[in-house]
Each structure stands twice: as C-alpha cells, then as structure tokens.
Design a protein around this ligand. Structure first.
Ligand code: SF4
Length: 352
C-alpha cells in the first residue's frame, strides 16, 4: 500500500481503520489523533507516543497537512483576518472575532460559492471547489497556533478559539460530507472537543440538507433569511427558487435544538428592499413561534455591489416591530469592516 493519506482528513474511526491497513495496532488511533488535533503535531517523525518502527511505517503511507496563514490583517476593533494559500494555489479566508476574553472563529467551507446571493462579495467569485476536511480543520488549528505564538496563555488549545461559526466563504451544507467529517474531527473528545453549544452552521437555506444535518450531528443552526416573502427572497437569493419559504420553514421548525437553544436568524437590512415596517411584520408573522433570535445586520456597503444600508431610524423601527410581536432581535455591529472581514465581505482576489 503506497497511497499517501492525509491523516488530518480522518475521523477517529477512519484513523483506526487506516492503521490496521498499514499493520499498526488500531489501539494507537486515539493517541495519534490527539497528537495531531490537540497538540498540533504536523510531523509523523515527532510523534512521541508512537514507537520508532510504527512512525517509520506511518511516514511511508501518510502525511499530516497544515495550513499556514499567507497574510494576517488586524482590524481596529481587534478582529483578525487570516488568508491561507492552499496546496493548489487557491486562497481562502477565516476571521477571528474577539468578544471580551472569548474568541469566535468564522470558518470557510468552500473556495468561492455557487449560491449567488446578490448582496455577497464571495458570490462574485463563483464556485471554485469544496474544501477538504483537513482544510476546514486546518483553519482552526492554524489560528490556534497563531494565538499561541502571540504569547497569550490559556490552559487548553481550544480556549484560544471558543466558538466556531461556519459563516466564512462558501455554503457549508453544499459541501455536506466534508462538513460532517470535519465536525466529527473538531468535536471529538480525543481532539479539540468543541461541544454542540460551541459550533454553529450557517446556511442560505438548503432545506433537505438542514434535515440531514439535524439527523447527523448536534450543532447550532443559523439561517440566512434576509426576506420574509418568496418574491423578495428569490430576487436576493437564487436558492429560494429551489427551496422556497414553504419548504424552508418546516425544515427549520423540525430542526432538533438542545436545551435552551434557538435558531439564529440572520437578516441583512438592505435599504428600500427588505427594511420596511411591512417587511418587519411579515418577518414576525413568518417566524411565529419558531424558537429563534434574529440578528439584524445593517448592510456593509461595498463599491462592487449596488446595495445600501438603511438609516438608523429605519433600523430602529424594524427592530421595534419585531419586539412588539414578541420576536427577540438584536442589531449587530459590523466587525472588521475596515479589513473586509465583515459579514458578506469575504472574497479573495487571485482565485480562478
Ligand atoms: S451569502 Fe453565503 S451562501 Fe450566499 S453567496 Fe455568500 S457565501 Fe454563498
């Protein structure tokens, strides 16, 4: 067997199966998995928990990939944007958002995106390719490693990145199998041990995949809704022509939520398009008794796209209508806008 396997692509069970294939006891899987995912080992030769003969065998058949940021930009508000050059030269971005002592990492799942949401800069790149599990997991590990190098002290590696949100480049549910594998790796007890509370998958509304996700893992769900009627939503988000609100809402209503958990509803406020009092009332009616919290996101204007942000009074009125209807909502500040790290601004030049 000469095939070179990237160990970072493997779940713990897959690691055990692979070890058996190369005549290494599968009982070593947990220790190897821990070295890679908890301690950040990228060199099989340095695996302290493995006998020299096994290290030599493993090195013949496997590698451990790693991502190193090709560029790091720090925003005035402390948000940090990481650009990574992948093995094939494609570029992706991840964004670390500090909230007091805690940090949330916004992870990319694809190079570009096929979903073509009209307000999104990533969409202007089109779809290039899916990320592998190793490339998804690698973003988290690279950011942890960067934070460790800053000299900040934490008791465990995972405390450098407290929450994961899949809201970077790409539609995570369109890269479903690799998403599930990367979640199994990131949430494994033998690895970084992100619990269900700490991971949020954000989707533009692939209804059948939302149902699959609820069946296959336990994580928080965020829905990019952005309109409460089919006509407006289809004009902003082509996905709505395939899965309209009549298909999307039942998928959200049946999504299994942990105790005291709610679905996060993302709603970008676009001047003159989805920001009227009628739009707010329609949104309240649509959500009804769905356990949810609405994040109202005043649009981050960009010279490439012809959308604008409503004024403060319009935003306040919108929020008040939701509040009056009993829908919890918050207006979210844009983070990292000065380094194009804010929501919907991730687009890397040079991919093609
Ligand atoms: S908003 Fe999300 S799903 Fe829509 S095009 Fe942008 S990255 Fe893709």
């Amino acid at each position: 067997m000469n095939v070179e396997i990237d160990l970072k692509n493997l779940t713990l069970d897959e690691m055990a199966a692979f070890l058996e294939q190369v005549a290494i006891p599968s009982s070593r899987a947990a220790s190897i998995f821990r070295e890679i995912h908890l301690h950040g080992c990228t060199d099989i030769g340095e695996m302290s928990g493995l006998k020299a003969a096994f290290r030599a065998t493993l090195a013949q058949h496997a590698i451990i990939s790693s991502l190193v940021p090709s560029e790091v930009e720090v925003s005035e508000d402390g948000t940090i944007k990481f650009a990574f050059t992948l093995d094939d030269g494609k570029l992706i971005e991840s964004v670390l958002i500090p909230q007091g002592e805690r940090h949330t990492l916004c992870v990319s799942s694809q190079v570009g995106c096929a979903m073509a949401c009209r307000f999104c800069l990533t969409a202007t790149m089109g779809f290039v390719r899916n990320l592998t599990p190793a490339e998804i997991v690698g973003q988290v590990q690279a950011v942890i490693s960067y934070m460790q190098d800053t000299g900040v002290q934490r008791s465990t590696p995972r405390e450098f990145v407290n929450n994961l949100v899949f809201m970077g480049m790409g539609e995570p549910l369109a890269n479903y199998d690799n998403l599930i594998t990367s979640l199994q790796i990131l949430m494994a007890e033998e690895g970084l041990e992100f619990t269900e509370r700490l991971v949020t998958i954000s989707t533009c509304g692939l209804a059948p995949r939302i149902i699959d996700l609820g069946r296959d893992v336990r994580v928080n769900l965020a829905i990019s809704l952005h309109a409460a009627d089919d006509e407006t939503r289809s004009s902003l988000m082509p996905v709505n022509k395939t899965y309209n609100l009549d298909q999307l809402m039942p998928a959200l209503r049946t999504y299994p939520l942990g105790k005291k958990r709610v679905i996060l509803v993302e709603y970008i406020l676009l001047k003159g398009i989805n920001d009227s009092p009628d739009d707010a009332q329609r949104l309240a009616d649509l959500l009804g008794d769905l356990p949810c919290r609405v994040n109202l996101l005043p649009y981050n204007e960009s010279p490439q796209l012809d959308f604008h942000c409503p004024d403060e009074a319009t935003i306040e009125t919108f929020k008040k209508i939701l509040y009056g209807a009993g829908v919890r909502s918050f207006v979210r500040d844009s983070r990292g806008a000065d380094i194009s790290a804010a929501c919907g601004q991730l687009a890397v030049k040079g991919n093609g």
